[in-house]
Design a protein around this ligand. Structure first.
Ligand SMILES: Cc1cc2nc3c(=O)[nH]c(=O)nc-3n(C[C@H](O)[C@H](O)[C@H](O)COP(=O)(O)OP(=O)(O)OC[C@H]3O[C@@H](n4cnc5c(N)ncnc54)[C@H](O)[C@@H]3O)c2cc1C
Length: 402
């Protein structure tokens, strides 16, 4: 009897257990998570749950009976603190050590805290877990003046929700455009217009110096230009870092993510790492590759499927996938196929002011397509990018150990 142990029961970890069982793995599966809730999805936390259209129970992957029925041993509420690699066992807080034949690290990422004066006042929220989302939703119910720090996906989804609920919203973004790490300049400009038209006070290329409060509760935010903005609730959406600490302490190679090869194996062949915590070689359609760490449901799920297959069949094909993402703000569903960083020209395909796609090219090579309320364009781009990627499957294989 072999035992696969998965650390982290988020998108990547849950799906590893799910794919193993559904593909016919009959040996042991142990799934461990620090969070004591039934494993749940994160995207609805900043969307349906914040809008009040969903409760936390609606976001679980499967009801708790699933784990018993499928003989997946779910150990919730215990943190893994170390891997004893020679003994192939895990050390947990408050639980006996657990041995493994193959270990999958799916520990996700950790939202950056605001390391500024006042960053720990009551009313200052991060949004990464179900607990965070519940606290934010309840805080928003009575807040009037909301300040969002960070104009990325999570910050802007929260800002859109708060503005739609009638709050006065100010967004500070330190970069010179919105969602700059993930989308093209023209798409940033489109979303800037959408947010401004909805009454959001966007302060772009503007940092924050401090958060001020009275009696331990937030009252205002001081911008880097020394202006003071009233705030009875602050949402911090300034990015996340790979949750790699115990992997690094256990001697696995890490560098802004747990480093894995094209088979998603770490520097220890008995350990895979997937999802938000892993930095892996991503191949583009033109055959070039770069080490990336992606934070998306597609990446977590596709890597889980690959690793489950790899554990069962030891497949010889390396991991290849076209990344895709989505966000929803003010009824605009933005879907992104591919990675658009490095584009040098764009082409617009439009059927209306709020139904269009921007195709991003490097010279003649399509890098990615961003679609607003245009799901067909999105699917077409994914197909095209996938077809081109398949031609590259036999490109140089990168692995730590053969
Ligand atoms: C609010 C929000 C909205 C999002 N919206 C979107 C979206 O619209 N589209 C999209 O594609 N992506 C979205 N994402 C990102 C997406 O949810 C993540 O990329 C995805 O969840 C990654 O899956 P993961 O399993 O790698 O990590 P997670 O889902 O974060 O799971 C990691 C798990 O590991 C556990 N863990 C960590 N360390 C330990 C330890 N030492 N011991 C035990 N357990 C541990 C954690 O408790 C956690 O449950 C969103 C994320 C958030 C937070």
């Amino acid at each position: 009897m072999r035992r696969v142990v998965v650390v982290g029961a988020g998108h990547a970890g849950f799906h590893t257990a799910f794919f193993l069982r559904s593909k016919g793995w009959t040996d042991e599966i142990v799934l461990i998570d620090t969070d004591s809730r039934v494993p749940y999805q994160r995207p609805p936390l900043s969307k349906e749950f914040l809008w009040g259209k969903q409760e936390l129970e609606d976001g679980v992957f499967r009801p708790d009976t699933y784990y018993l029925d499928e003989q997946i041993e779910l150990i919730s509420g215990h943190q893994v603190t170390a891997i004893e690699r020679p003994a192939k066992q895990l050390i947990l807080e408050g639980h006996a050590p657990i041995s493994y034949d193959h270990l999958v690290l799916a520990t996700g990422s950790v939202a950056r805290k605001l390391s500024l004066p006042g960053g720990d006042l009551d009313g200052v929220h991060n949004l990464a877990t179900a607990g965070d989302a519940a606290a934010l939703r309840s805080g928003l119910a009575s807040a009037q003046n909301v300040v969002v720090i960070g104009g990325g996906f999570i910050g802007l989804e929260s800002a859109a929700m708060a503005a739609s609920a009638g709050k006065r919203v100010v967004v500070f973004e330190a970069a010179n455009r919105l969602m700059a790490r993930a989308i093209s300049q023209p798409m940033s400009e489109y979303f800037e217009k959408v947010h401004r038209a909805a009454g959001i006070d966007l302060r772009i290329a503007a940092g924050v110096n401090a958060v001020e409060g009275i009696d331990g509760r937030v009252r205002s935010v001081v911008g880097s230009d020394a202006t003071q903005v009233d705030a009875d609730l602050v949402v911090v959406g300034i990015g996340a870092d790979a949750n790699e600490e115990f992997a690094a302490k256990s001697g696995l190679a890490t560098d802004r993510g747990i480093l894995v090869d094209e088979f998603l194996k770490t520097t220890d062949p008995n350990i895979s790492a997937i999802g938000d915590c892993a930095r892996f070689p991503l191949f583009a359609a033109d055959g070039s590759s770069e080490l990336v760490r992606l934070e998306s449901v597609q990446n977590a799920t596709d890597q889980a499927r690959f690793v489950a297959h790899q554990i069962m069949e030891n497949t010889a094909d390396p991991y290849r996938a076209v990344p895709w993402f989505w966000t929803e703000q003010f009824g605009r569903k933005l879907q992104i196929a591919g990675l658009v960083t490095g584009y040098n020209r764009t082409e617009l395909e439009s059927t209306g002011p709020d139904n269009f796609s921007i195709h991003c090219y490097h010279d003649e090579t399509l890098l990615g397509t961003e679609s607003v309320n245009a799901p067909r364009d999105h699917m077409r781009a994914r197909k095209e990018l996938t077809a081109r990627l398949k031609q590259e499957v036999n490109a140089t294989v990168i692995r730590f150990r053969s």
